[in-house]
Design a protein around this ligand. Sequence first.
Ligand code: NAP
Ligand code: G4F
Length: 353
Amino acid sequence: MKSALITGINGQDGSYLAELLLEKGYEVYGLMRRKSVVDYGNVEHIKDKVNFIYGDMTDLVSLINAVKVSKADEVYNLAAQSFVGTSWEQPVATVEIDGVGVTNLLEAIRIVKPSARFYQASTSEMFGLVQEIPQKETTPFYPRSPYGVAKLYGHWITKNYRESYDLYACSGILFNHESERRGKEFVTRKITDAVARIKHGIQDYLELGNMDSKRDWGHSKDYVKAMWLMLQQNVADDYVIATNETRTVREFVETAFAHVDIKVKWQGSGVDEIGINEATGKIIVKINPKFFRPAEVDILIGDPAKAESKLGWEREISFSQLVERMVANDMKLVEKEMKIDQINLKEKEIAIN
Ligand code: NAP
Ligand code: G4F
């Protein structure tokens, strides 16, 4: 039985990867940060099948321990301060986790088990101010956020350890991938959650920043398969994982509302742009400048040709299916929340009477 260590196991990708590796018969170990209230996040449903190890990417000792305890054949480094917006508010923490943290983990592997295969979660955010369209493995990098800069360090240190110490170390340059498990601060989940609340009449409108920025959006479940494939090759290499399609945030908004039969009509421009429910005339989308970033990545579109030909990777979930799944999931969650609120209200009324 192979053993795998996943950092960031309770995040979006960590949870899908853990499910995939368990299906394949791996012994799965997950590195998790200690919290004041125990919270398994996205792996609550499989917590009895995973071996958890407490640790932190900024603590080398804890990583040495994790590699020792897990005796991992494969190490997937998915842990990160992954929200681009926060990286301007916490630039130092971001580089310590997303940059130096990668060196810590590579050192732990080099010291304890150099035969372990290593996956680094690199990102299309490293392309930033894009130098080529579409972006591929050879496209020059130009990061536009402290997050992008920190991840670029993680990317290069992975390559450097591969070349310096002959470690089997790969970077997957993954473009945006979302899911029903995506954090609600990311634009896609923020939109699908708001769509469900607006449809159910418990939220009036959705506030967004730059709706013109374009992203190449896939589903996390498809992308974790690529991570696994990268560690099953004869030679370690880096790969772009993307859909080769790009859409604006505005198009995502329109598609999400369309899944609950609401047609959005746009009026105005810039910060005065609004989205109106065509059927009711109500404003359902507004711009709030606080969601604009100090520097923006205007367009991302990746070319996954190398991964398709060398790894045999292909995505299965289309853009429309991705949005449909996210909206359907949030509709269910909001309905559940409303039912609980009703029960609580009834119980309060009974107690008062
Ligand atoms: P996510 O949901 O935010 O998960 C990040 C995970 O990292 C969480 O489990 C978090 O744990 C953990 N973590 C944060 N700081 C840590 C620390 N100091 N020590 C140990 N663990 C720590 O992110 P995701 O979407 O699954 O992404 C997975 C990886 O892929 C990240 O490295 C991200 O930067 C990268 N990536 C993501 C995308 C995308 O579109 N999703 C694209 C390209 C690359 P807590 O619960 O304790 O916070
Ligand atoms: O959903 P986002 O926050 O994702 P972003 O910045 O593209 O980063 C994600 O993808 C990267 C891969 O390229 C990952 F490495 C990273 O970890 C993360 O998973 O924002 C997407 C776009 C941006 O252009 C942002 O300015 O949406 C725009 N946007 C417009 N209004 C908004 C909002 N983003 C957020 N989060 N919230 C808004 O209200």
